[in-house]
Ligand binder design. Structure first.
Ligand code: ZN
Length: 176
């Protein structure tokens, strides 16, 4: 992956610690707390382990339902603001029971579901899938007005191409 920087790590040794190791992020740095008696080898092994654990924890948080709602809120503000509450979903969540579609929405109750298959895709693709479902809250069918709303998101065409590529490669016909 390009652009992934290794964080600056500050190791703090504690005489009170016996075996427990913990780590937390402090701005750009990651602070790793280890027992004072650890050898250099143990220190380096534990730093790697804690960095991996921290990244996994943050990765899960980063693509949570709450984050999905935050994304939707930002997209509405940027592209659908004049539609007011009509474009605001009552719930947005990741689902695993939706293999034939990237996303779906129920305009009657305002709920949006996004397939877990989208979860590991780039941010701009997730935003497109969300934008698509948000536009359905305003226009349920795939008509010209619908596509003109979706096209307000600048990377729509590119994201559609990306999704078509993934669908073709997996041999699964996927719809939106
Ligand atoms: Zn659609």
């Amino acid at each position: 992956m390009a652009g992934v920087r290794k964080p600056v790590v500050e190791v703090r040794r504690s005489q009170r610690r016996r075996r427990t190791v913990s780590a937390y992020r402090d701005g750009e740095r990651v602070v790793v707390l280890i027992p004072d008696q650890f050898s250099r080898a143990e220190e380096s092994e534990w730093v790697d382990r804690m960095l991996a654990r921290l990244a996994a924890r943050e990765g899960r948080l980063a693509r949570s339902d709450a984050e999905l709602l935050a994304r939707a809120t930002r997209l509405i503000k940027l592209y659908l603001a004049e539609h007011g509450t009509q474009a605001v979903p009552t719930s947005v969540r990741w689902v695993t029971n939706q293999n034939g579609r990237w996303g779906s929405c129920t305009p009657d109750d305002g709920t949006i579901r996004i397939s877990h298959r989208v979860r590991d895709m780039p941010d701009w693709v997730i935003d497109y899938v969300l934008m698509h479902e948000l536009a359905h809250l305003i226009v349920p069918s795939h008509n010209a007005r619908f596509w003109s709303l979706v096209a307000r998101y600048p990377k729509s065409e590119r994201a559609r191409g990306y999704l078509e590529g993934v669908a073709a490669a997996s041999g699964t016909p996927l719809t939106d």
